[in-house]
Write a protein of this length. Structure first.
Length: 172
């Protein structure tokens, strides 16, 4: 299961993903509740943008369950390498049947619409597109929404076409 982590630094917010060891109970989600309607606009945008690139992921997305949860992280050493303090804000669990995307409810309440879109698109990249992380950078900027630290909102807004092209066409 891939987990997204939040790091606050000065004015910027970074969200990073890790793949915790399933057998170690590294990530625990309490009070899971199905809540797809909150995610609806972002899911629709994902499907609509995919169609602009001649990709229809409606079927794949319809097979995914979306949940809110109070997520508590138990991090291993390998998950804390990029920052001293992180909170899990969401993850895709591809081993669930059906696949599941779990989003931390307190993060969701404070995130902007752009931040929500970045997080949902990243997690759908894992669950619907079967994408792994892409760690490539150009001029110290990630080239992909699938970078382990999710794109900051300013970079996403300024380079949205490039990020979406890479996400849906897997341009590397």
């Amino acid at each position: 299961m891939a987990a997204c982590l939040l790091f606050n630094a000065a004015v910027m917010v970074f969200v990073a993903c890790a793949t915790p060891d399933r057998s170690s109970d590294q990530f625990v989600a309490d009070k899971i509740e199905p809540e797809a309607k909150e995610f609806g606009p972002y899911i629709k945008n994902f499907i609509d943008y995919g169609k602009k690139y001649d990709k229809d992921y409606s079927e794949e997305v319809s097979q995914i369950q979306f949940y809110f949860a109070d997520i508590k992280a138990k991090r291993g050493e390998e998950q804390a390498t990029n920052a001293a303090s992180r909170e899990v804000v969401g993850y895709c669990d591809p081993e669930e049947k059906p696949k599941a995307i779990v989003i931390d409810r307190s993060y969701w309440k404070t995130a902007s619409n752009t931040g929500k879109e970045i997080l949902i698109f990243h997690e759908l990249g894992h669950c619907a597109l079967d994408r792994d992380h892409n760690v490539k950078r150009v001029k110290d900027k990630p080239i992909s929404l699938m970078y382990p630290i999710l794109t900051d909102e300013d970079s996403y807004t300024q380079n949205k076409t490039d990020y979406l092209r890479e996400l849906f066409l897997w341009v590397r």
